[in-house]
Design a binder for this molecule. Sequence first.
Ligand code: GDP
Length: 446
Amino acid sequence: MESFPGDRDTIAAIATPPGVGGIGIIRISGSGSEELGQKITNKKLGHAKPTFTDFVFNGELVDQGIAMLFRGPRSFTGEDVLELQGHGGPVVMKMLLEAVCALGARVARPGEFSERAFLNEKIDLAQAEAISDLISSASVSSAKAAIKTVSGAVSEEVENLTESLNDLRVLVESNLDFSDEEIEGLDDGKIISRVGQVIDRISSLINKADQGIILSKGVTVALLGQPNVGKSSLFNRIADKEESIVTELPGTTRDLIKTDILISGLPIRLVDTAGLRDTEDKVEKIGVKRARVVAENADLIIEVKDLSRKEEPASNCEQLAHENRLVVYNKRDLRDEDERIDLPEGALTASAVTGLGIDLLRNKILERVGFENDESVFTARIRHIESMRSAVNILKSAELELVEVSSLDLLADHLRQAQNELAEILGSVTSDELLGKIFSEFCIGK
Ligand code: GDP
């Protein structure tokens, strides 16, 4: 891995979103930044001092705005960084970027600024990824979870864990030359309990990371059931807006209607499906088929039934093999308030008309998709969780082997492997290929 900031070329990109805005920013990073700033502004720029200036190229005025120079390592990338804040129009930004490139910079690849910040050890890999997640956050909760990772809180916990593993390694490796009887702490289970503690701490981190993934990706919930049981009405109630067409004729919801809602900050794609039933109507047939596909891929299906119907028609959704299914008996208002209703285990009653049972239904949805709505949640990537899971598995087998074969050699080896897995999260032992892939998914100018 390179670590000499001075060796890299100077890169530039428009850092503000495309389109028209009050201000547009060109960001430049690399050893040529300061000289480039001087050429385009005809001024000597000081560190972190905003300077109002003309931006001039080839003797022509391109734009006016503010130039800011950050000298490395006191910058985001750790290199000299120049920011040119001009007027936020696509043409003027393009002209300014072209001028900057003519003066020696090249256009940055997506994520290249963050990649340099990582390579110069300004941020670790988990933080770099969280910056990208923060930018694409779809809800306040997921933004909060991302900023936690950006700030380094998660990296710190991973580092603490790595250190605990290291302490254990030192203890184990320094005892390798002794026989089992001589090893302090091995007999009375001290080492085993310390391995156990690390496993517990990683497991708790996995749980929070799992939550973070649910939060940033969101979930899909599909409403299924016979026509006229009140799916569309329930959908509107849960989504709290008028989106689906409610009618008294069976089979009006002919296609999928989707809406994105938030329940306790969790983004949920709610899908109202065409009633699943046998039909000769060609259009409806397509709707039914699509409903099936959506249901099979949803994180949760809510099967709606009608409490007012004595003889319940056989529901086609029973044929669907979906593990996560919540049964809701709708139209509770049509039955006597005091009437005792025997429900199958786990089922709920509700009324889309009066709103009865809707809050409970919303909470149940969160529970069934595994969301805990906990403030300590942070954003994570699947690869982080995979690394943490492997670390736990490795440590678990180490625990077993320690009990069964009492081999310190094996234990030392496993501790090292688990430590490596955690190091992958922060990027200290990550392959160039994976790094390239991770950063290429960032947006340009980041
Ligand atoms: P879908 O075909 O399953 O989507 O059913 P709709 O939402 O279109 O509702 C069918 C009919 O049942 C409409 O006339 C609704 O007003 C009525 N309905 C839906 N939910 C309730 C409810 O909770 N109570 C009562 N009384 N009627 C309801």
